[in-house]
Design a protein around this ligand. Structure first.
Ligand code: PLP
Length: 420
């Protein structure tokens, strides 16, 4: 038997260790909830909301039931309504687009930047300039295909790295659009705004932002949870009503809402874990640098690209290779777990057949989807584990080569290694 097979599996994500380390503090939260029977809302939720708003550098935080709730309520509270058109990217989790559709809006996808995998501002502009008509009289921009007004842009800070927000905000301002950040993978990520000459945290840049605290996220609950951040008091108030059946006070409903509250046990867990988030993000960054270094002499692998205006918090560490299926199979045999985020771009999903997109419509996202692999990444990942992962990637690439053949460079584009 191959010696590799006797080694322990390197998991894609290690959720247990973090929670075992915090067992006492987390158990205390649970006990306090049992003793006070404070299960929904109340001071524990408010304490977390204050702490998370501070962490994000935003004025308000509204705790909700999930990241999907957060996106849906943020969009509705911002003013997206039935009959609007909302712009987003195809390479994200479907919750982004479900929220847009559930707010009543129609989706328009724009392609991504091939190096950052985030929304390409030039593609947003191209869509607005070439496929929309500005109605100066009404002060709106109309999507030519549907005749509906375009009202918002949802950039997704994918893998823990923020989208290029300065140009996105500039385009939004020019066309009178709202910007709602999908920050579900970006708790603590930062963006250097040249316009403001300062670093800005995810969740503090757009009109509103949505966070998920799904267990596997950089800040995760021990169950389902999410939050909206915003600097606008009215938007926060509306989001608070939306999460609680449209109530302005108990049994007085100003509108219909949802059951989308954050429960206090989860809020208590999150308050404890938030104290460690900066440290955990830092450990992920150290691990990402380590991967970057190990991959820098390796041809045939594109490591993540982090521009100097971004500080990524590496929710995922995603590389790109030509033979993705082969690499995944090899790594599985070597007991290295991997993932794909995401294998099918949303415009090609069955759920969105009705939108009329076709293969080839968003080529950069489509090509990326077929070449990306997410490697193990979590705060407790060790340097030895990382060396083993990279050794196995190299072993695979070497094995694929025929004798005498020189390994091809990057799969489908020429880019440098990540700088951070
Ligand atoms: C996790 C995630 C969501 C959804 O969050 P849930 O808490 O699972 O509802 C939305 N968008 C992105 C980009 C995500 O990664």
């Amino acid at each position: 038997m191959n010696s590799v097979n006797t080694k322990d599996t390197i998991p894609f994500l290690d959720l247990a260790t973090i929670h075992i380390e915090l067992e006492e503090e987390l158990t205390e939260v649970f006990k306090r909830a049992l003793h006070t029977a404070g299960f929904i809302g109340g001071p524990v939720v408010e304490e977390f909301e204050r702490a998370f708003a501070t962490f994000c550098g935003s004025k308000y935080c509204v705790g909700v039931g999930s990241g999907t709730d957060a996106l849906r309520f943020a969009l509705i509270a911002a003013g997206v309504k039935s009959g609007d058109v909302v712009i987003t990217v195809p390479n994200t989790f479907i919750a982004t687009t479900e929220a847009i559709s559930q707010a009543g809006a129609e989706l328009r996808f724009v392609d991504i930047d091939e190096r950052t995998y985030n929304m390409d501002p030039a593609k947003v502009l191209e869509y607005l300039e070439n496929r929309c008509t500005v109605d100066n009289r009404l002060g709106v921009v109309i999507d030519n295909k549907s005749g509906k007004p375009v009202t918002a842009i949802v950039p997704v800070h994918l893998y823990g790295q923020m989208a290029d927000m300065d140009p996105i905000l500039e385009i939004a301002e020019k066309y009178g659009l709202m910007v709602v950040e999908d920050a579900c993978q970006a708790h603590g990520a930062q963006y250097f705004s040249k316009k403001e000459n300062c670093w800005r945290k995810a969740g503090s840049v757009g009109k509103a932002a949505a966070f998920s605290f799904y267990p596997g996220k950089n800040l995760g609950a021990c169950g389902e949870a999410g939050a909206i951040t915003t600097n606008e008091e009215r938007l926060a108030q509306k989001a608070r009503m939306l999460r609680d059946h449209g109530q302005s006070k108990k049994y007085y409903h100003d509108m219909e809402g949802y059951n989308g509250r954050l429960d206090s046990i989860q809020a208590g867990f999150l308050t404890v874990k938030l104290r460690y988030l900066a440290e955990w993000n830092n450990k992920r960054q150290v691990a990402a640098h380590k991967y970057d270094q190990l991959f820098s002499p390796v041809d045939g692998v594109i490591a993540p690209y982090c521009p100097d205006w971004a500080q990524a918090i590496y929710h995922l560490y995603v590389i790109r290779v030509q033979d993705r299926a082969g690499l995944q199979k090899h790594l599985a045999e070597a007991k290295v777990d991997t993932g794909i985020h995401y294998p099918v771009p949303l415009h090609l999903q069955k759920a969105y057949h009705g939108l009329g997109y076709q293969q080839g419509d968003l080529p950069i996202a489509e090509r990326a989807a077929s070449e990306i692999v997410s490697l193990p990444m979590y705060p407790h990942l060790t340097a030895e584990q990382q060396s083993r992962v990279v050794d196995e990637v190299v072993r695979f690439l070497d094995r694929e080569m025929l004798p005498g053949q020189v390994r091809a460079g990057c799969p489908s584009l020429e880019v440098g290694q990540g700088t951070a």
